[in-house]
Design a protein around this ligand. Sequence first.
Ligand SMILES: C=C(O[C@H]1C=CC=C(C(=O)O)[C@@H]1O)C(=O)O
Length: 372
Amino acid sequence: MDSNLFFKKLENQFTNKLPFVAYKKPNENTLFSLLQNTEALHILRDFTSSGFVLAPFDSSNDTVIIPLEDSECIQSDYHKSNNVDVNSLEKGELYDSNQRDHHIQLVSKGINTIKEGHFEKVVLSRVDMVKLQENNPIELFKRLLDNYSQAFVYCWFHPKVGLWLGATPETLIKISNNYFETMSLAGTLQSQVNLAQWSVKEKNEQQIVTDYIVSQLQDSTAALHVSDPKTVQAGNLVHLKSLIYGTLKSNNLEHIVNALHPTPAVCGFPKEPAKQFILKEEGYDREFYTGYLGELNFKEQISRNRNRQNIENNAYSAIRNVSNLFVNLRCMQLKNNEALIYVGGGITGDSEPEREWQETVSKSMTIKKALY
Ligand SMILES: C=C(O[C@H]1C=CC=C(C(=O)O)[C@@H]1O)C(=O)O
């Protein structure tokens, strides 16, 4: 489909207050959208359904699905519009000192609780509010697409839930039949650095995530590999990332997702005490921030080799069951002409509260660039 028509269809869907999601996967050039036919709110009941899911941080709340069977699926080639100069959008920020003090206090409390031995790591976050100058979400979606080609960029709307947009660098899990791929992503610095410049704090913060993912997947995998950590770019920031991949013993998606989510990249370690600390101390509801979202049980056609003799075998292997789930980071919710921007960072015993505050300011800038 022509991209003008693609975006027009999103605009119509939004004007008609019908649910939709539009997205582009990292480093790919195709835009996808599911346009739900009715305004029904579908809750994910089990992981055999097919559709686009949006799950909250707190798994005791509902996961929403836009089911494939109730949606028109459209796609289009994506071409960068080239008229957005990211650097020219850089702006100085003025923060209300209350906001800063509150975050510094929260982080200090996290550090003290770690030092008392209650957990090793906790991810603490806050929400920034910005008055919208551009309040057409489709235009904001285009700006995110233009700026963050390496991210999973999305715009998600449901009249009964709200409107979320984001450009996340983090994969929760990709599964294609029995093959899986995930990542341990943590540690943040401002610009491109080589590995030697990462401090012990950041290396340790990321290692906790790697160890957790490996231990959680051990029983479900037939083969599991971990790459060495590499520095990867995410907008104006860099993170440490290790790929974790291999084959699953069986494709029990629900078990695997529940084993991973929420990882110590967004919650902490050990998971339960860190999660309880977050729910009690952060002082606001994360909702879908640090939840996950993406394609669940999509069927992918494998291109057939026409020269192959064994037609039966070809027919058997022609469809793959694919899920592509991403962690909902660098995201915002649009509400009452305001953008609520969600940002956080991993805290360990070596964290410095002022640096953690600055890290959230930098992360928030990633999204603000699309708003100005
Ligand atoms: C929790 C966030 O980032 C996570 C992902 C990468 C690096 C992180 C960090 O350095 O703290 C966080 O673990 C966020 O962006 O709000």
